[in-house]
Unconditional design. Structure first.
Length: 246
């Protein structure tokens, strides 16, 4: 119960050591999953603006999850946010409310972000304080089971376009499936955290999912280290050049 209020240890004791170098990791390409278009994901996803992309996600029937979801979970936050948090798949509460990271895990995430002066509120004045939150998968897998490779592939074009539209200065990837989708790796979260990766030219920090932290108290301090690293990286990051990601 105590983890629902984020209370990290003193930041000075947890500031991460300087990163020895940026880990360049291959970014996903949209043409790696042509079946997504054939199965119902629009061919024009790469050209959609925010309203049209939201409509495309809501109408998507590219995999069987469309028959079990209550609604799709698109994302929330300001469209000029400097931060982007990417989680795994919607759970029961997300499926009911249509918003990512609600319930106990969402409250913990909000407390973690608030500790750095960040908010998912799209009305916040300063884009540097805004966080846009999205999931890798836009529909809840039944019973909160792990997503399949096919389901991840079908949803990937939507997430790629969200990142392109937002052009964040920092990405925080939370949990195994988000990390695997973005970095194309089977490495464990614990082996990937603590250093700066890149996705489409954007610095990316790996950390634990809040739902995992609710079950594993000792890793709470490590998650705070990850947030400190992300904050330090975001302060020096420049707005990504869209042309450089192509």
């Amino acid at each position: 119960m105590g983890l629902r209020v984020w209370s990290p240890v003193a930041p000075a004791a947890l500031q991460p050591a300087p990163d020895p170098g940026l880990a360049q990791v291959r970014a996903p390409t949209r043409d790696a999953q042509p079946s997504a278009q054939e199965a119902g994901v629009p061919r024009s996803v790469a050209s959609l603006d925010w309203p049209a992309l939201r409509e495309a996600v809501a109408a998507c029937r590219a995999c069987d999850l469309c028959s079990t979801r209550r609604q799709t979970v698109f994302g929330v936050g300001g469209p000029r946010a400097h931060w982007m948090v990417i989680g795994e798949a919607p759970g029961e509460q997300e499926d009911r409310q249509g918003e990512p990271f609600v319930g106990p895990a969402g409250r913990l995430l909000d407390s973690m972000l608030a500790a750095l002066g960040l908010t998912r509120d799209p009305e916040a004045d300063d884009p540097a304080r805004q966080v846009y939150i999205a999931n890798t998968l836009k529909c809840r897998p039944p019973g909160n089971r792990n997503p399949s490779d096919e389901e991840m592939a079908q949803c990937e074009p939507f997430l790629v376009r969200q990142i392109e539209l937002l052009r964040p200065r920092i990405i925080l990837a939370m949990g195994r499936f988000a990390v695997q989708a973005l970095l194309r790796t089977d490495e464990a979260v614990g082996r990937l955290r603590g250093r700066v990766h890149r996705y489409q030219g954007v610095p990316l920090i790996v950390t634990y999912h809040p739902a995992y932290l609710l079950r594993n108290l000792p890793d709470k301090a490590r998650a705070w280290q990850d947030l400190c690293l992300a904050a330090a990286t975001a302060e020096t990051a420049e707005t990504p050049d869209p042309a450089a990601a192509r």
